[in-house]
Design a protein around this ligand. Sequence first.
Ligand SMILES: [Zn+2]
Ligand SMILES: [Zn+2]
Length: 137
Amino acid sequence: MNEYQQTGRCICGQVHFMVDHEPSFACHCHCESCRRASGAPYVTWVTFPIASFHVTKGAVEEHESSAGVMRGHCAACGTTISYVHQTERPQEIDLTAPCFDDQSFIEPKAHIWLEDKPHWVEIADDLPQYSQRVQAN
Ligand SMILES: [Zn+2]
Ligand SMILES: [Zn+2]
C-alpha cells in the first residue's frame, strides 16, 4: 500500500476492492460487448496496473467474453467490475468507474468504439472519439 488508494465495491457489497496506484487512463467504451455485459448504454473504465488491484472482500467471478478477454463481476449481484485483456495488455486491469466510492478522481479522456454506439446515445462533451480503440494504447 502507498499514499495513493481508492476503494470500490459492487452494489450488494459482497465484493470490495482497492487500488494503490494512480490510474493510467480512463475512457467511455461504447463497444457492443461492454453494452451487453453491463446492461447499460456504455461503460466508463479506469485503467490501473494489474499489480495495484486488490480484492479486499469476496471474490471477482470472471468469464471469457471473447478470446483472451476476462470480464469480472460479483457472482451474487452481477455488478460489472473488471476487464483484463490477457493477450494484448496483460499488465493492466480496467475497473468500472461507477463502482468507486470516491468519484472525484475519475477523469475520462476519450470515447472509444464509436462504431458500435447506438444512435440514441448522445455524446455531450468534447473528448476525443475513436471508431475503435485508442491508437497506440
Ligand atoms: Zn455484489
Ligand atoms: Zn468495451
